[in-house]
Design a binder for this molecule. Structure first.
Ligand SMILES: *Cc1c(COP(=O)(O)O)cnc(C)c1O
Length: 377
């Protein structure tokens, strides 16, 4: 008997404690965490600076409405602003960040369509879901928002075709499709996006999973010399305190004039206190270590797993990795076997094991996880 709605398929156990990159269940069994709570705990479970900031803030003031000045929001916004080129709106989740992006887009590009890509993921509320071109996510919820069109990710010709045949005002996308199966964008596709942007189409980049250091840069668009018009973050922004943000280039700031959008909890002081510490930790040295560890980890995984008949491909961008299997039917079983061996991992798409270890994981711990994968696969 449960009083919960059963909209999630949950593993039959619970985790009650976290330390560094490990989680512990009710029986004290220890697991190496390759999930980061779905890309949330980038700084791991013992992020002291964040914990102290939140504890101090909860004693001072745990909530402050957006009717008043909020210096902590200012600090976090400055750190997200790419040298004051973007302005921030704070909310509480990834889907809300995308919702804000889509509302802003309507104001800027009124009457024009939004293009989104097959297998992308942008969230579960109506706007974000309308941009999530996955049958299993949209099924049963029509009518969705009108004027969203879709095209295949990394299909250059397909993209040109849509751009020349439809009145597209904005394109929303991930630089690595996370939920879709850890599919990185190709340089050729980025080139077309840059040309579209030059022609006046808004680029909205969803950094909810790829952002905050996950790919070895603060934001994954930095790998491509891209400057989105709008970008969104959430998941890892406050290392476990729910928060999200939408950032737009300064030139669009006036569209969100007084009263156009809002959120009761958005930019909450506890979330901002934590986010401020997370962003302070994202130094160039920290990020280059992420890159170094991710190159190391990819080579270890490739060495151990590419010989396995079950493994079709290994893909990665930074510490976001996908192991594509020849038989997707076995994913749940494999995740269960990994768990029995003390490793927590995720799935993505239909046939991919997704790994999102905390960014603080050491090389020795990454090797430990790779050995468990080698054993189970
Ligand atoms: C998780 C995710 C979202 C949705 O975030 P929520 O906080 O669950 O609403 C949106 N976009 C991407 C790319 C995500 O990975």
């Amino acid at each position: 008997m449960t009083d919960l709605l059963e909209n999630y398929s949950r593993f039959p156990f619970s985790l009650i404690k976290g330390e560094e990159v490990y989680l512990f269940d009710e029986n004290g069994k220890r697991y190496l965490d390759f999930t980061s709570g779905i890309g949330v705990m980038n700084m791991g479970y013992s992020f002291e600076a964040g914990k102290i900031a939140v504890k101090t803030q909860i004693d001072a003031l745990s909530h402050l409405s957006n009717l008043y000045q909020n210096p902590l929001q200012e600090k976090v916004a400055a750190k997200l602003s790419q040298n004051h080129e973007y302005k921030a709106f704070f909310c509480n989740s990834g889907t809300e960040a995308n919702e804000a992006a889509l509302k802003l887009t309507r104001l800027i590009k009124s009457g024009q369509k939004v293009l989104a890509f097959n297998h992308g993921f942008h969230g579960r509320t109506f706007g974000a879901m309308s941009a999530t071109m996955q049958e299993k996510i949209q099924a049963g919820f029509s009518p969705l928002l009108p004027d969203f069109v879709c095209s295949d990710y990394n299909d250059v010709d397909g993209l040109w075709q849509v751009l020349s045949n439809q009145n597209i005002g904005a394109i929303i996308l991930e630089m690595v499709q996370g939920e879709g199966g850890v599919l990185p964008i190709t340089p050729e596709f980025v080139q077309v996006l840059k040309e579209a942007q030059k022609a006046g189409i808004l680029l909205i980049i969803d950094e909810v999973q790829t952002g905050i250091g996950r790919t070895g840069k603060l934001f994954s668009f930095e790998h491509f010399g891209l400057k989105p018009d709008i970008f969104t973050v959430a998941k890892a922004l406050a290392n476990g305190i729910p928060t999200g943000a939408m950032l737009c280039k300064n030139e669009y700031a006036d569209y969100f004039s007084k009263g156009k959008h809002g959120s009761t909890f958005g930019g909450n002081p506890l979330a901002m206190a934590s986010a401020n510490e997370v962003l302070t930790a994202m130094t160039p040295d920290f990020l280059s270590e992420v890159t170094d560890k991710s190159e190391f980890f990819l080579s270890v995984l490739t060495e151990k797993l590419s010989v396995k008949s079950q493994v079709k491909a290994i893909r990665s961008v930074g510490l976001m990795l996908g192991i594509q299997l020849t038989d997707g039917q076995k994913i749940t079983e494999i995740l269960g076997m990994l768990r029995d061996e003390g490793l927590l991992a995720l799935s993505a798409g239909d046939d991919v094991i997704r790994l999102l270890p905390p960014l603080i994981m050491t090389k020795a711990e990454l090797v430990k996880g790779a050995e468990i994968l080698e054993k189970v696969l």
